[in-house]
Design a protein around this ligand. Sequence first.
Ligand code: NDP
Ligand code: HSE
Length: 448
Amino acid sequence: MNANLEDALNSVQAVQLGILGLGTVGSGTLNVLTRNADEIARRAGRPIRVTRASVRDLSRARLCDTSGVALTTDPYEVIDDPKIRIVAELIGGTTLARELVLAAIRRGKHVITANKALIACHGNEIFAAAEKKRVIVGFEAAVAGGIPIIKAIREGLAGNRIEWLVGIINGTSNFILTEMRDKGRAFGDVLKEAQARGYAEADPTLDIEGIDAAHKLTILAAIAFGIPLQYECVHVEGITKVTAQDMAFAEQLGYRIKHLGIARRGVGGIELRVHPTLVPVRRIVANVDGVMNAVLVKGDAVGHTLYYGAGAGADPTGSAVVADIIDVVRALTLDPKNRVPHLAFQPSSLAGSMPILPMGQTETACYLRLHAEDRPGVLADVTRILGNLGISIEAMLQKELVKGETHVPVILLTQRVQEAAMDQAIANIEALPAIRGPVVRLRMETLS
Ligand code: NDP
Ligand code: HSE
């Protein structure tokens, strides 16, 4: 470092930071802050020092160097310390985390969090409290791990009317789907590996049932469209029902199954949905594998933009937490009125009346897999049902009859159709005596 700059930085007081939680993300954050301390001080204009951290179990070995950090099991020792100006909430969950974040705000602390569940479910309350106390709540790490997607949408695309965004926003699910497809591994086995690598949530149901992705989509939609956080309006499906068989059929038809979060301005409102989706193999998003995330954003002025990077893990998430910390340090001397609004739009301008469309009114193309009796007339009955509801078939694949079987798998790809019409079609097809078992329906997006 340049000697003059070093002298100048040393002459200003370090900003003191307290961390709640030193697990995967907390350790990653402390490691990044320690390893890159000089670079960070040069960027922030002042050194940043972690002086206190709280954990649940003091005897647990840490994946970071905690020398110089006073460790406690009482998070209030951290937020009550008058010298600490910024508190990083890296515990997770929505009960204790909400209580601590609101308590820190009441004490006038700036807060950084990686907790998407907290922001999606209680963000409206938290941001209102923060605005009252004129403190910042940073949440870059809450969406897409290390990708600076909040900053990109909130600031980089601020001149645009965002039309839609589509993202692979759960690293654990993407890791599982990739390993199942590429290596034929079993779902449960890959999930265990994702947990061991620190990708999964404390309760991995949040990952595999799509809830974590829905939390993130809630946040992205709010900052993209200027609407309040409305987690309860997201249609949520996870990856637990995706089979190796459907992955193989999709590949034969030129598609790959990805777990996507989709937010789109529709005719009568906004679509908010999270589900496994067939994407053409030639699209970049179809080739985002493992724990990597990607978010494709369409703005009216900029066109398509794509953001890619590690969606989970200690250092990538630490990178996002530290970026928020630096932003707060830079803003310490700024008039609060001139700060970037938490949800990108001025709080008084959030469009609470913009409706979120019920799933039945959304439109997608579909992949259907059915088990049909292998005799003449059965497929004609199926296509008649679809035709009567105005659903056009794009492609069809019928597998050969296996010896000793009476039914064959049939795969149909349809054109875009309203979800409610497809629900009706599926019910009618399942009622045919020649169809065995439920019809599998996966949505498709061309992303063109
Ligand atoms: P971990 O489970 O690895 O760490 C949680 C930390 O919080 C631990 O240090 C734990 O203490 C402490 N803690 C847990 N419960 C309590 C409690 N009741 N009282 C006090 N301390 C407690 O979680 P992660 O680091 O993976 O996740 C933290 C947050 O970051 C979550 O909101 C998660 O959704 C989010 N996130 C995680 C990412 C990842 O890749 N893992 C990526 C992006 C966001 P102890 O260590 O003693 O048990
Ligand atoms: N469990 C989350 C995921 C962590 O797998 O994407 C990152 O938010």
